[in-house]
Design a protein around this ligand. Sequence first.
Ligand code: AOF
Ligand code: ZN
Length: 407
Amino acid sequence: MELDETYMLRCLQLARRGMSWVSPNPWVGAVLVNDFESGAKPYPKHEKILAEAWHARFGKAHAEQALLNSLPIDFDYAGTTLYVNLEPCAHVGKTPSCANLLIEKGIPRVVVGMLDPNPLVAGKGIDLLQSAGIRVELGVLEKDCMFLNRRFVVNQLHKRAYTMLKWAESADGLMDGMNQNRKVISGSESHHWVHEQRAMIDAVLVGIDTWQKDKPRLNIRHGLQGVMQANIDLPHVNKNPVRIVLDRHLRGQYDQESLARSDGNLLIVYEEGVAIKSPAAASRNGITKDVNSSLPDGITTITKTGKDIKSAESQAYLLEMPKQYSMPMLMKALLELGIGSVMVEGGAKILSMFIDAGCVDEVHILRSQTLVLEKGLQSPVWTGPLLTQESALGNDAHWSWYSPTSK
Ligand code: AOF
Ligand code: ZN
C-alpha cells in the first residue's frame, strides 16, 4: 500500500469516531504528516505523524480546524502534508472555511479522499487550495471515502434521510411465529451487530403494530465492545437513537412505561386530519405544544421543520404528515428535523412499503441457519438487485445490499 493510502486509511478510522454525534454532517478525519520525501525538514524518523484529529460534534470544529488547534500557534508547517478524507470546505458556516485555514498556515501539500457533494463546497475547496499554490492530490482511496460517507452523500444529493432496512428471519423465511410471544430469531452475534448499528445511526423506525405487540426498546444495549475500542476517547458513546413510530391514526399507547424503555427521543408520525384529543396549544419558537390525553404529558407537535430533534431535550414529538404520504416524503421531512439516517426495523408491512417505494439505500437480512418456524408472518420480499453474503454472524447468515450511490 502506498504511503498516501496508509494515511488516508488512518483518516477514515479517525472519522468514524464522529459516530452519531456529527450527523447530518459527514464523518471526517485529518492527519498531518512530515513529508520526508520533500526533504524539507529533519524530523526524527519515528515522528512521521505530527497530529491527528476528527470532526467530533455537529456544529463544532471541522477535522482540519481541530487538527490545527491542537498544534502551537507558531508551528512551522513547511514540509508537511495534510491528509483528509473529504474536500476541505470553502464556505463559512458554523465554523470558518477549512481551505482558508490550511492556506493561512502555509501547508504545502494536501491529500484529499473525495470531493464534498455539498453544493456550497463541491470543488470550490480544491480550487481555493490550488489557487494558493498548494499541491493537491485528489481521489486517494476515493471508493472507501465515498462508502464511509454514503449517508452524507445521500443527504446532500437527494435531500432526504439515508434509509437502511434490517430484519431477521427464520431459516424458512418467516419473521415471527404464530404464538403471541415474541420469538427471538437471531443469535447473540447478530444482536451485537444490530446494537453497534444503532450506535451509528440517528433513528430507528418501526410501525405501530410492532410498537404495540413487541414493545421494543430500540436502544443500544449490546455489542459496544468494538465501538468502544475505536472510540475510547468519547465518553458518551451510548447516545440512544431517536425512536420513530409510524402511527397513522394515533392509536398507540405511549404511557410512561413505554417512554422509559429508552431515553432516545420519541417521534410519532401521524396523518393530517386525525384529531388530537384535548389540545392545549401554546406557541413557543415556532413550535406548538399540544397535550393529548392518550399521549404523554408535554408532547410537542412539530408544525415547523428546521428543528434538530436529535439533540433537543424534550422526550416525545408528534410529526404530522399529509394524507397518504410516501416514504420518500417522510425521509425528506426527517432530514429537515436533523435526522440524517434511519434504520427501519419492522414489521414486514413497513419494510415492504420502503421496498415498494424504492426508498432503500442499504439492506441487511440476518437469516437463522437453524430456527424453523413453519407457520408465521412472511418476511418482506426483497425485489431489489442481488444480495451479497457477508461473513456469518454466529449461526446467522448475513445478506446485504448497498445502493450504487453508496458504493
Ligand atoms: C470539512 N471538514 O470536518 C467537515 C466538513 O455547518 P458547518 O460549518 O459545520 O458546515 C457543514 C458542512 O461542512 C457539511 O455539510 C460539509 O459540506 C462540510 N463538512 N468539511 O472541511 C470537516 N465536517
Ligand atoms: Zn471545514
